[in-house]
Design a protein around this ligand. Sequence first.
Ligand code: NAD
Length: 519
Amino acid sequence: ILQVSSKVKSNSAWYSTSSFSSSVPAVKLFIDGKFVESKSDKWIEIHNPATNEVIGRVPQATKAEMDAAIASCKRAFPAWADTSVLSRQQVLLRYQQLIKENLKEIAKLITLEQGKTLADAEGDVFRGLQVVEHACSVTSLMMGETMPSITKDMDLYSYRLPLGVCAGIAPFNFPAMIPLWMFPMAMVCGNTFLMKPSERVPGATMLLAKLLQDSGAPDGTLNIIHGQHEAVNFICDHPDIKAISFVGSNQAGEYIFERGSRHGKRVQANMGAKNHGVVMPDANKENTLNQLVGAAFGAAGQRCMALSTAVLVGEAKKWLPELVERAKNLRVNAGDQPGADLGPLITPQAKERVCNLIDSGTKEGASILLDGRKIKVKGYENGNFVGPTIISNVKPNMTCYKEEIFGPVLVVLETETLDEAIQIVNNNPYGNGTAIFTTNGATARKYAHLVDVGQVGVNVPIPVPLPMFSFTGSRSSFRGDTNFYGKQGIQFYTQLKTITSQWKEEDATLSSPAVVMPT
Ligand code: NAD
């Protein structure tokens, strides 16, 4: 994979191998249609999580570079907003084709920088591609409303219009899908976009930018800066940015929501999660256990929709030994190795944090039924691997229950009734996703109805909505009032203009000023 990806990189405009002060290749910025080397003196290393080898470096863009990126977005906006919706749609139609053609290359970059398995990385690109495909229906999605003959000779109609320059700040765990939730939707509506990918996994975004340029997106419609806090503060504060899309942790999301809102911007912030899978004793056992294991440990648990908490109701608690058996059989390996079910965690610090949370379970009285802390992966001894781990006898006051672990760890609680399970889910501060496993329609309906969570699966472990719907986290998992993609995404990236228009056939000249409120 390193060889293939270095081929992609050396051939690509966005990855410099002749960087001035280091032999490690440097990721470029994308400013005004050009991939440019940063003049920054602050750089962040990119590591392969399976080996911890340094595979590149990403700049913390300088103030002048960030200013240039915003100026480019601002300059490009009037012409792009005026470009016909059909022409913008054509760019996106070409884009979805190019993403399909390059899907495997993008996936390889994801595996290299992020660590997930190649098959899972392809899923990452595919779920983003679906949003691009959906954005191609902009000609219907952006329609306004009309009401003819609101009074004599008067019609009322509304347009959805772009906002101006929008910005996106993305996390490390879906290097393709999440940026693709953002800039294609914003741009197809006529906005220009400033993207800041996660500094740990910039490669996929850079290749996606190149493909967008190859699809015919004019210079300046998408600009990319890199960095951490300074870049984030720049985005939150800049008066030319009208809206910010954020996905990531609560610590960053709350901060960005507050700071961006204070500066008068729209902000949508998708944040952390603790997703519960409620298992009823009448569920299809075989199916449920496989679903649970796949959704808890896939992507090494580094998904905001990972099913990280099982609530076994009544007799379902007897299934625990079989759950452990299935989890034991998963193969932990570098993401590019054939047969790997899960890869490493993103950093050594993430591994340490996950191991500490497992330790806290033991200290606070839970039982470790399967322990992945000491796993060794042959040939990858320096990687950030944690094997599947199952902690049972967990109570809601324990640290391993309260914290989002974001690793291959399933915590298990037990209840006697569905009502108790619902109470547990609703008392948890997060409301991102949940699933119920049952063969009883009335049980499923009751659960879906009473649970206060954005996305509910019925016998579906990871209910991430398709893009004709929206990604609908609630409570501490979301800040803002308009969600990502789907109709809500279009609303987020547009503003309404309402026109009241009167055309009379006869002469309708007023004979005196109309000083009374029109009725
Ligand atoms: P993160 O918050 O550390 O980073 C996300 C982005 O914010 C990055 O671009 C980073 O540079 C920036 N950032 C990080 N810390 C910051 C700070 N203190 N102030 C300002 N900016 C900061 O998140 P991550 O570790 O990359 O991603 C994992 C988190 O994202 C998990 O909590 C996961 O649940 C969440 N997530 C949520 C969703 C969702 O849709 N709800 C989807 C994916 C990931």
